[in-house]
Write a protein that binds this ligand. Structure first.
Ligand code: SF4
Length: 290
């Protein structure tokens, strides 16, 4: 087992002590069903937690197992993705379900190498599934976790490999899921871009708070800029087109009349959806690709 180092050990102890006060009431927390965890992680990649809360349960009612998702058409999966945006993830999830059926006997694989090889699962999502569903001793570094590690442990900007190494040390030799979850909970609620240090339950273990200096989270690994607003964006238009096509194939003219043009973004959105293989022209009409 790797020796955690005093700063890592202090944060780990503080996270474990504050676990209950940090815990968020999210329906997938504590879930150990690998498929359900995998679906949640893919949804959370680019969608706010609030919207994922509304769509996670209904999606799993339609596709409770990899087999049910693999047996569906792509258009059926995309139709159930509505409200989440970035529909290419639905396409990838569908491919992942088919890969699980074809190569893993219908069971979500438990090793990090096999998870990261699935369509649509990047290193973060694969690690999250490995830890939360299978208890693997791997650290999970997203934007929130990266911020906490840079501030509380390093008090320095971190390169991606450095942040990952610290996260892995944080969970070495202990049950990884609760520690990883508390790290994410801390970053989501207290160690925000503008941190709430006075109320933070791990403040006595925080190196940046103790030593001071400029904010080390700025420019650190995994700490991304906020997404541009959804309203008025191309993403909004693509979502509107997919929503309209859930009702069945439509002529280009009817579809344009239904969703509006939004300063010419209709044509751009349609071209992007066609390019991504999400919609197709069929007998002169536009439909979700089967
Ligand atoms: S004390 Fe402040 S900077 Fe340190 S972990 Fe808590 S919120 Fe983040």
């Amino acid at each position: 087992m790797t020796t955690p180092g005093p700063e890592v050990a202090a944060l780990r102890a503080a996270l474990r002590a504050a676990r209950r006060s940090l815990a968020r009431d999210l329906p997938w927390i504590g879930c150990r069903d690998p498929w359900s965890v995998l679906v949640a992680e893919v949804m959370l990649q680019q969608t706010s937690t609030g919207r994922v809360i509304r769509r996670w349960g209904p999606f799993l009612e339609h596709f409770p197992t990899p087999a049910t998702c693999a047996a569906a058409t792509q258009s059926e999966v995309v139709a159930q993705w509505v409200g989440l945006g970035f529909n290419r993830r639905a396409q990838s999830l569908h491919r992942a379900a088919r890969a699980i059926e074809d190569h893993h006997g219908g069971r979500v694989p438990s090793t990090l190498d096999a998870l990261v090889a699935l369509p649509g699962l990047g290193p973060y999502s694969a690690r999250a599934v490995a830890s939360f569903a299978f208890g693997r001793a791997v650290g999970v570094v997203d934007t929130n976790a990266g911020r906490v590690l840079a501030r509380a442990v390093a008090n320095a900007r971190l390169m991606p490999a450095e942040a990952q190494a610290l996260a892995d040390r944080l969970v070495a030799g202990v049950a990884s899921a609760p520690v990883n979850q508390s790290l994410l909970d801390l970053g989501a609620q207290f160690c925000r871009p503008r941190p709430h240090c006075e109320e933070c339950p791990v403040r006595t273990a925080c190196r940046w708070r103790r030593e001071g200096g400029s904010d080390p989270a700025r420019g650190s690994a995994g700490v991304t800029q906020a997404q541009p607003p959804f309203a008025g964006s191309s993403r909004e238009m693509r979502g509107a087109v997919v929503r309209a096509l859930r009702d069945g194939p439509q002529s280009r003219r009817a579809l344009r009349a239904r969703v509006g043009t939004l300063d010419g973004r209709f044509e751009t959105a349609l071209a992007a959806l066609e390019h991504d293989g999400l919609v197709e022209v069929w007998r002169g009409q536009i439909r979700l690709r089967a």
